[in-house]
Unconditional design. Structure first.
Lengths: 104, 207, 537
């Protein structure tokens, strides 16, 4: 669990991300952006698959921003656990909500 | 008020980790706030897939793409500004933050032109062209204006947050040893970017 | 002011004047600020309830018109839910005692704490503003269902704005408590050494944090539709009013756990103290709070069974609803096991706790009845539901609140109330409460709809019984409040630990000093309730 100020657990939050690493993250994000635009503009007419692909790529981008720019990779594990739980909760809301409309 | 005894775990001591945790908790609330709108989007798109597709042709993919690149760039600059201050380079940190603010302004200007074009063509709720749209398309535009509007509001707030932090770097209260507020403003900024990362494909890239 | 010994400065007398209170950063004073404001609104809510019961004494319109009746029950709901129950225990007792129980001197963010209270005040002013501005207070019910909430001329926008601001207050309190619990515990106090009230507040805070934004955005959507014409729930263009209900209840169901969990936390504090032994199954109670919070996020559809949602979906929600009863009953069994063979001290706080268990049992079981799909088809929107939720919210949380008030009163003000009068008040309140609400369960089964100012003749007698119950209960409440008020002004000085409690708040002075402790508090070894001479299991 998260420590109080008086007990120090191992964590890498003193880690300083270098400029080069940030730039590398940025480049991968730009590439993913162009990939998703490309697929949408020039890709096939697969309605549901397009949504799924677009959402998948967007989620990868979000993960990259969260892990690297927002430092989650180097933060104490509890931060990754918390965001995972929050996103899981939200996804379950989406599923349960959609279930109503799909089964009407 | 003087008091002779002070607890080791006093709540009055500065605690960067508490500040960081507090910021992340606040970000969760923002995620759920926008989450509600994403839920509405999901339902109405599922019920009106064709209308949403047609309505999306009214948006300019390239303007959306540019805005996406602008925000991603600003995320990089704010992340780098934290690197800079942690390495003791407050001056570079300020330059990078200024770049971030500039990117925010560019984003808002592009948004202004996008919205302006819509309103000019009568696409605002209540206007001529709007009320004659098929229902699904009306719902699309309701969501478009609400979600990008709320997002734009958060861009403004994020910008103000960063400007405040810039002032603190200038006067030295944010520095190499004490920079959690800068980090927090960065976290908030990244959230603004994250929301846009989902908004972009959902409104601009439906095809 | 208070009459503690002159040489002892405490949080009450350390500074004086209005500004030192309304701009305070002291969590204890903020707790009291909440007590006075939340308490005032509770009384307003009670008056509105009494008016409703007076109107319902006889069928037909008597003292108010139909439209006014709609506004009265709406305001009653809005005040009781958003201005009383949701903030009450966390903002009053949580603010006052969480830091002390954790052995620290304040919450993590004292200024945000003050801001929470100011947001509460602003939200309350907006709610009151609806009495004055526009076309009168909302008449939609506290649930603001679309499309009526969009169409009606009454002042829905301001009411809903009030709820939005109050929600923000709630979110910030939750955020503050989570960080406080994570970062400010006394050295050596792990999560599993915290008192159970802290665990309850922890689980509650996560709900406040994660669920409230959803109603925030939903209410913004209502305002957007009313003010800007952004018709997201407009059925004439394909919008779905049921979607509004989904979004509304995704918050408002977890909200009832915001109401219930802190109350159960208080029960978990009072029972060990008045049994003078450790709680049975500490971990089970602690983790069941998390379990209730977690499962509680996914049952919201049971408020909407008859709305037009799909059958399979309703079935899923009903199933999940039954699961949430499990962690709740675990708590009840553990409380009873703690009392068994304990050295029982029948004092007023324990009386309220025993009443809690009785009332919450009825409330919880009736909840399962309406949670069952087939039964709910008949009982939805009847007085059965009204009886159910008053049993849990008032008979449960309300009673726990009053019990907590009587438990911590001597600590907060350093004085003791007249116990005989308090006991008398309890008996009157308990009897009045049950006479008021039990008939509602029967009326509902007989088919009387809720939110109606008129009813069929066959419902007459039970309505009269219920109204008389309301008079008895209010009498008891008045006696209880006057007793405490007099004690707060002129009560006998109380010792620092009148109940022989063992959690950290009983180790410090009554009233506590400004920074809570004058010396390092000593943690109890082996668990927060480990009474040294008890037959602990």
């Amino acid at each position: 669990m998260s420590d109080t100020k008086n007990n120090h657990t191992q964590d890498d939050s003193h880690h300083i991300t270098g400029y080069a690493e940030h730039f590398g993250t940025y480049v991968s994000l730009i590439m993913l952006t162009f990939m998703t635009v490309f697929i949408s503009v020039f890709g096939a007419d697969l309605n549901t698959l397009t949504v799924a692909t677009a959402m998948f790529i967007a989620s990868v981008k979000v993960l990259i921003v969260a892990y690297y720019f927002m430092h989650l990779k180097y933060d104490p594990k509890v931060y990754r656990v918390m965001i995972l739980l929050v996103m899981a909760m939200f996804v379950i809301f989406l599923i349960m909500l959609m279930f109503d409309y799909l089964t009407r | 008020m003087e008091h002779s005894f002070s607890l080791p775990n006093s709540g009055h001591n500065y605690d960067a980790k508490a500040s960081k945790l507090g910021m992340w908790l606040f970000l969760y609330t923002e995620i759920l706030l926008f989450g509600g709108l994403f839920m509405v989007y999901m339902v109405y798109r599922a019920l009106n897939p064709d209308a949403f597709l047609i309505a999306s042709f009214n948006l300019n993919v390239w303007m959306g793409t540019i805005n996406t690149v602008v925000l991603l760039t600003s995320s990089m600059t704010v992340a780098m500004s934290i690197t800079a201050i942690q390495k003791g380079n407050s001056k570079l940190s300020l330059i990078l933050l200024a770049a971030t603010v500039l990117a925010a302004v560019i984003f808002l200007v592009i948004k202004y032109f996008e919205w302006g074009a819509k309103i000019e063509h009568g696409f605002w709720p209540g206007m001529d062209h709007f009320i004659n749209l098929p229902f699904g398309e009306q719902l699309y535009f309701y969501l478009y204006f609400f979600m990008t509007g709320l997002h734009g509001l958060h861009v403004v707030v994020g910008m103000i947050f960063i400007l405040i932090v810039m002032k603190k770097i200038k006067n030295g209260s944010q520095n190499k040893d004490k920079n959690q507020l800068l980090e927090n403003s960065g976290l908030y900024w990244h959230l603004v970017d994250l929301i846009w990362i989902y908004l972009f494909p959902l409104f601009y890239l439906i095809h | 002011m208070t009459e503690t010994s002159a040489s002892q400065p405490n949080y009450l007398n350390v500074t004086k004047g209005l500004f030192s209170w309304i701009f305070t950063l002291d969590h204890k004073r903020i707790g009291l600020l909440y007590l006075y404001t939340v308490g005032s609104f509770f009384l307003v809510g009670v008056v509105l309830g009494v008016i409703m019961r007076l109107e319902l004494f006889n069928p037909g319109g008597d003292i108010i018109e139909a439209q006014t009746y709609n506004q009265v029950f709406t305001l009653h709901g809005v005040i009781m839910v958003f201005l009383f129950i949701i903030p009450s225990i966390p903002a009053i007792f949580g603010n006052f005692f969480l830091p002390i129980m954790l052995g620290t001197d304040d919450v993590a963010f004292p200024r945000i704490n003050l801001m929470s209270w100011w947001l509460y005040v602003i939200g309350a002013l907006f709610a009151l503003g609806t009495l004055v501005f526009g076309d009168g207070p909302a008449d939609t019910g506290w649930t603001f269902y679309a499309p009526y909430s969009v169409k009606t001329g009454t002042n829905v926008s301001m009411t809903v704005l009030a709820a939005f601001v109050l929600g923000f207050s709630s979110i910030l309190t939750g955020l503050n408590f989570i960080v406080t619990i994570h970062r400010l515990r006394a050295p050596g106090m792990g999560f599993n050494d915290m008192p159970l009230f802290s665990w309850a507040l922890y689980a509650t805070s996560w709900i406040q944090l994660l669920a409230t934004p959803i109603i925030g955005i939903t209410l913004l959507m209502i305002i957007a539709e009313r003010v800007l014409g952004i018709g997201l729930f407009d059925p004439s263009i394909g919008g779905d009013p049921i979607l509004y209900q989904h979004l509304f209840w995704i918050y408002s169901h977890p909200a009832v756990y915001i109401m219930a969990l802190p109350a159960m936390g208080i029960v978990s504090e009072i029972i060990p103290t008045f049994s003078q032994r450790t709680i049975f199954g500490y971990k089970a109670i602690a983790y069941s709070s998390l379990g209730i919070a977690f499962v509680g996020y996914f049952v919201w559809g049971h408020h909407m069974f008859t709305s037009g949602m799909s059958g399979p979906s309703a079935w899923v929600f009903s199933l999940l609803t039954f699961f949430v009863a499990i962690p709740t009953s675990i708590k009840v069994f553990n409380w009873l096991a703690t009392l068994y063979k304990g050295s029982i001290n029948i004092e007023v706080p324990l009386l309220y706790v025993l009443a809690f268990i009785f009332n919450f049992l009825i409330g919880g079981l009736t909840g399962l009845v309406v949670g069952a799909l087939a039964a709910d088809v008949h009982l939805h929107d009847t007085y059965f539901v009204v009886g159910h939720f008053h049993y849990v919210m008032f008979g449960g949380t309300g009673f726990a609140f009053i019990g907590g008030l009587h438990y911590w009163f001597p600590k907060m003000w350093g004085k003791m109330y007249n116990k005989a009068v308090a006991q008398l008040a309890f008996i009157i309140i308990f009897i009045g409460f049950n006479i008021l609400y039990f008939p509602m369960l029967i009326l509902g089964l007989m088919g009387m709809p809720r939110r109606y100012y008129d009813y069929l003749p066959e419902f007459h007698t039970l309505n009269q019984v219920s109204t008389v119950g309301s008079w008895i209960m209010v009498t008891g409440l008045i006696i209880m409040l006057v007793n405490l008020f007099i004690a707060h002004k002129r009560g006998k000085k109380a010792s620092d630990n009148p109940w022989n409690g063992i959690t950290l708040e009983w180790q410090t002075k009554s009233p506590p000093p400004l920074y809570n402790f004058d010396k390092m508090p000593e943690l109890v070894k082996g668990g927060p309730y480990n009474y040294p001479n008890a037959k602990n299991s």
